[in-house]
Design a protein around this ligand. Structure first.
Ligand code: SF4
Length: 468
């Protein structure tokens, strides 16, 4: 689907009542579960501070941490590759897979590989990428795209999934309505792949520079299968996922499950370091992906978007996301984090409407486990969009210039108020181009405070409580 910008895409999505119901129900359930689990932790705010500090340190020393990581992974028997962009990264992955004669690769759910369109790039080279996460599999079978960081098929309900499976992997069967039966159908379909496909790809939640350990956090066990059974493992990791020290993991394995799925601990946390004889994959490749991240790092305010640990708490708490769903953001990163990350990764000119996809209510900041001040970054990016890409002579800019002059002068302001009362002038209820398309202007009062003050009888003391 071609990209239309957030306002048009949101209007399109809002027309889908079933999607709105599915997303609203799912996000309110996860939101309540997260709140209950977070309330159990007395030092939650201290944990958030620690997470934010670790991420800030990692980003401030990123070149050093990446070199440490490369050395540690290589020492442990892995191979490290550097990819500047999507094309380079896909070529590396495809080259390794084809070098092993693979016609198929099994995949652990990974936003980084979705960001670079890896499945399509591999398909063009004759290699099929098979999604093994249940929700990603649902999207793949339905030729659909993800609409949530953690629950990619959140826009689908059980009836839709049952029908999809009965058309595809369980053709001709009646699976019934139990979630267990639907999961079992996907399990039967995937088990054979886990045991026969020689190459797996994954993303990474964390990579520890000190030890060269990579971490993947997931809930279904499919990831554990992909990370242990195939002979070759290729991990594609955004460079911002590096953590300096092993002990840093302690903070994130507490923050992530509670923020993400509202669980006390994560069901499957897989950690591996290089390769080990006769145990797990015998060849391990780590591809370090930039794809715009160093540009994000150059923006002193915007760079905090790189601290994200992809928990999705900001999506579930966002009143905009909960109504329009993830497809309106036209990116693998939807919701508040997508509104600040996507325009920076792609370039602001490629997604100039996304920083406006927010009510600025602040709910995303309150729940973010690493304290990313998303509302402030949104305002910063809006400023950049106006300064760098909107024409200085646009009707909105000219109107704002005129209003600015009026607001800067008491005399002009008072005359404008009088005119406004007559229904003329820049602060009348007439529309200001652009600005008032989404906002209402207040009614102009019959008498301003200054007029009332001047009209009072002489000699009355201030603050005598006689205001009309
Ligand atoms: S911005 Fe914060 S709340 Fe949102 S996904 Fe990232 S870590 Fe989670």
């Amino acid at each position: 689907m071609s990209k239309t910008g957030f306002p048009a895409a949101a209007r399109r999505e809002l027309a889908d009542a079933q999607m709105r119901h599915n997303v609203g129900k799912a996000t309110s359930t996860i939101r309540a579960r997260r709140a209950a689990r977070v309330a159990e932790v007395p030092d939650w705010q201290a944990l958030r501070d620690a997470g934010a500090a670790i991420k800030a340190r990692a980003m401030a020393t990123l070149p050093e941490q990446l070199e440490r990581l490369e050395a540690s992974v290589t020492r442990a028997g892995g191979q490290v590759h550097w990819a500047r962009d999507a094309a380079e990264c896909n070529a590396i992955v495809s080259g390794i897979a084809r070098g092993h004669g693979a016609r198929e690769v099994i995949k652990v759910k990974s936003l980084a590989t979705d960001e670079i369109g890896m499945n399509a790039a591999l398909a063009a080279d004759g290699v099929e990428a098979i999604e093994t996460d249940l929700a990603e599999l649902i999207n793949q079978l339905g030729h659909d795209t993800s609409s949530h960081i953690l629950v990619p098929a959140i826009h689908r309900n059980r009836a839709e999934i049952k029908q999809l499976f009965e058309r595809t992997i369980a053709r001709g069967q009646d699976l019934g309505w139990e979630p267990k039966a639907l999961a079992e159908a996907s399990r039967r379909h995937l088990r054979e792949k886990f045991l026969s496909v020689p190459v797996a790809t994954s993303g990474a939640n964390f990579a520890v520079a000190e030890t060269g350990t990579i971490g993947v956090v997931e809930s279904e066990g499919n990831g554990r299968m992909c990370l242990t059974l195939p002979q070759v493992l290729i991990t594609v990791m955004g460079i911002e996922k590096v953590l300096p020290e092993w002990r840093d993991l302690e903070v994130f394995v507490q923050l992530l499950p509670r923020s993400a799925t509202g669980e006390r601990m994560n069901p499957y946390t897989s950690l591996w370091t290089g390769v080990r004889a006769d145990d797990g994959p015998q060849e391990f490749h780590l591809v370090l992906l930039d794809n715009g991240r160093t540009d994000v790092l150059a923006d002193e305010v915007g760079r905090s978007a790189l601290h994200c640990i992809r928990c999705s708490a900001c999506l579930n708490s966002c009143p905009v996301y909960s109504r329009v769903g993830g497809h309106a953001y036209e990116s693998v990163y939807p919701g508040p984090i997508g509104a600040i990350l996507t325009p920076q990764l792609r370039g602001l000119d490629q997604a100039p409407t996304l920083p406006y996809a927010s009510s600025l209510c602040g709910a995303c900041y309150e729940v973010c486990p690493v304290k990313i001040d998303i509302p402030s970054v949104l305002l910063h990016l809006r400023g950049r969009v106006v300064r760098e890409y909107k024409s200085k002579r646009s009707p909105e800019a000219l109107a704002m210039e005129a209003v600015g002059r009026v607001f800067a002068s008491q005399g002009l302001y008072e005359r404008a108020q009088k005119l406004a009362r007559l229904g003329h002038g820049p602060i009348a209820t007439a529309a200001l181009p652009g600005w008032s398309s989404m906002r209402g202007l207040p009614e102009v009062p019959e008498q301003t405070f200054r007029e009332w003050w001047r009209s009072r009888p002489p000699g009355r003391a201030q603050g005598d409580g006689s205001a009309p």
